[in-house]
Write a protein that binds this ligand. Structure first.
Ligand SMILES: O=C([O-])C(=O)C[C@H](O)[C@@H](O)C(=O)[O-]
Ligand SMILES: [Mg+2]
Length: 439
């Protein structure tokens, strides 16, 4: 009788070490209704090592309140297996959240509705879930999309994420520079869209609104429609408008927009808008947790949910969300916030597995000139190819990671938690995040 074959070393999935590296990454002066992006934004890079010698990587929000939760969570992982993905949620429930860090206002890190302990926990879990999936995939020789049931497409389409912006951060502020130029009027927005199309081949455009009075943003969307006939267009003021203003804008842009994103805050407000317009409404603000789905869907408050694996709790939860959306006939696409290539890879894997993905996904990635990968992901004809390499199919560049961590270490704390309102005050000392509805 022959002796049983020893399992390949990589098959020992026991977690032996977890490394958390907070970093600061360059961010351009992108404007939104709360203020302007800081010159550097925090992200957290997670590495999970197994006894089999495999390392998985994940990425999530890096603000102090996430870090404080990620640290005790990471300490509890060694000895568990990277395949125990459901266990991550049980574990997260055991880690206390410091309630004093929960903002009662709309969370600027993603402008994704009001913050709760649960959302904070899920945002942390998602980074670890992705790292576990990456390690598991590498150990099994399978791409992450296979672990999620297999891809149904070979490329994932993204839309250009247009922002009103300044050419540079305010004078005297340490910041990286770029060649995008300013965009503070319709001509500037069209020029930016042109660059996005030239550089990445995007064919749909989303404009971040809530920055200028609605008439100016309507004019910018009209200018885009004229410059790019037939290209899907979206406008997202992050809930800055009243129901009445939302309906006026919807009437003006009916037939022009693919969808209008979070024109007003709350499910109640969105339901009122939805009842009186034929323009599709999308959200990443009033449906941000499973608990918010029932009311929003039964009231037909939204027709498209922009999922975000970071705050929905990972890639498997994203698939569950997509399944619920499908059952209610609600469309699904993806929201994005400042992120690096690890997250883009994760988004692409999960998006590749969702059958009914009817709209191009959002991604901030083109705005990020820095990354922690040995090779950046690329957009071709507006899409990202789905990797079939084991795990996420991306590799960490340790020197880059160390350099961006050094920046975090050297920061006096100003940049370690994203604060668009404070960043705006550097240019406009009297600035306060406007009360909503702003218009
Ligand atoms: O679609 C959205 O609401 C977002 O992408 C939120 C982001 O935080 C964006 O507004 C930003 O980064 O300014
Ligand atoms: Mg949005």
């Amino acid at each position: 009788m022959t002796a049983p074959t020893a399992p390949a070393a990589a098959a020992d999935l026991t977690i032996t070490e977890v490394r958390l590296t907070p970093i600061l990454v360059a961010d351009p002066p992108l404007l939104n209704t709360q203020g302007v992006h800081q010159p550097y934004t925090p992200r957290l890079i997670i590495e999970i090592e197994t006894a089999g010698g495999v390392t998985g990587i994940g990425e999530t929000y890096g603000d102090t309140k996430y870090l404080e939760l990620a640290e005790p969570f990471a300490e509890r992982l060694p000895g568990r297996r990277v395949s125990d993905l459901n266990g991550l949620f049980t574990l997260a429930d055991q880690v206390g959240v410091d309630g004093s860090h929960i903002d009662t206002a709309v969370d600027v890190g993603g402008l994704r509705g009001v913050q709760t302990e649960d959302k904070l926990r899920l945002s942390v879990v998602s980074g670890f879930e992705v790292a576990c999936l990456d390690a598991l995939g590498k150990a099994l020789g399978q791409p992450v999309h296979e672990l999620l049931g297999g891809k149904v497409r070979d490329r994932v389409e993204y839309s250009a994420y247009l922002f009103y912006r300044w050419a540079a951060h305010p004078e005297g502020v340490t910041a990286e520079t770029d060649d995008w130029g300013a965009a503070v009027d319709p001509a500037g927005v069209v020029e930016q869209a042109r660059k996005f199309k030239e550089r990445y081949g995007f064919t749909s455009f989303k404009l971040k609104g809530g920055v200028f009075p609605p008439e100016e943003e309507i004019a910018a969307v009209r200018a885009l429609a004229e410059a790019f006939p037939g290209h899907p267009l979206r406008l997202d003021p992050n809930g800055a408008w009243s129901v009445e203003t939302s309906l006026k804008v919807a009437a003006e842009l009916s037939g022009v927009l693919e969808y209008l994103e979070d024109p007003t805050l709350t499910t109640e407000g969105m339901a009122q808008v939805s009842a009186h317009t034929d323009v599709l409404l999308a959200t990443n603000m009033c449906v941000t947790t499973f608990g918010e789905i029932k009311e929003a869907f039964t009231r037909d408050a939204v027709q498209v949910v922009l999922s975000d694996h970071h705050y929905w709790g990972g890639l498997r939860n994203t698939r569950e969300l997509a399944a619920i959306c499908g059952a209610f006939g609600v469309g699904v696409s993806m929201h994005s916030n400042t992120h690096l290539g690890i997250s883009l890879a994760a988004m692409t894997h999960v998006a590749a597995t969702v059958p009914d993905l009817h709209h191009a996904c959002d991604s901030h990635y083109p705005w990020q000139s820095e990354d922690v990968l040995t090779e950046r992901l690329t957009f071709t004809d507006g899409g990202v190819r789905v990797s079939d390499a084991p795990g996420l199919g991306v590799e960490l560049d340790r020197d880059r990671l160390a350099a961006l961590h050094r920046r975090w270490l050297d920061d006096d704390g100003t940049m370690r938690s994203r604060d668009d309102e404070a960043a705006m005050r550097v240019a406009e000392p009297d600035w306060r995040t406007p009360a909503v509805p702003r218009w």
